[in-house]
Design a protein around this ligand. Structure first.
Ligand SMILES: [Zn+2]
Length: 148
């Protein structure tokens, strides 16, 4: 029987479609995925597991409230601190940002970049980029605005 393949395909199709919606967060995707799997696998009414505890949320290496300092954000997989996590989780753990968030149940607005780093970067962008692209206001406009 190849029904399990079809089920998996169905699940991933449903989840993918659901994940494409802009109003859907990683937590919802994970719980939908779990629910689908659970229901499709369970089938014959063998639903006895407590559904209140989402099982795919992995145990974090360090408490979430300590996972972020001003200068570093800590990897919940291994507890190492970085200025930005995205590259690390990809290289070390083979996770995308979305997978990482889903794995630890992080909301989409939890930053994966240290606050000091992101503000430094913004400042840097301002200093380099803005100067290049910002044009002086055209003289005509300036004259009108100056009310003289
Ligand atoms: Zn790590």
């Amino acid at each position: 029987m190849t029904t399990s393949d079809t089920k998996d395909e169905m699940i991933s199709r449903i989840v993918a479609a659901y994940a494409g919606r802009p109003d859907v967060g990683p937590n919802e995707i994970v719980s939908l995925f779990n629910r689908l799997r659970h229901e499709m696998a369970g089938g014959a009414g063998a639903v006895e597991m407590p559904s209140s505890e989402p099982q795919t949320i992995a145990e974090a290496a360090i408490p979430l409230e300590r996972a972020m300092t001003r200068d570093k954000v800590y990897c919940l997989c291994c507890g190492k601190g970085f200025k930005m996590l995205k590259r690390h989780i990809g290289a070390e753990h083979g996770l995308t940002e979305a997978e990482y968030r889903a794995r630890f149940g992080l909301a989409a607005d939890v930053p994966l970049v240290a606050p000091s780093y992101s503000s430094k970067k913004a400042k840097y962008a301002k200093e380099t980029g803005f100067g290049k692209y910002a044009r002086r206001p055209a003289r005509k406009t300036a004259g009108i605005l100056n009310k003289t």
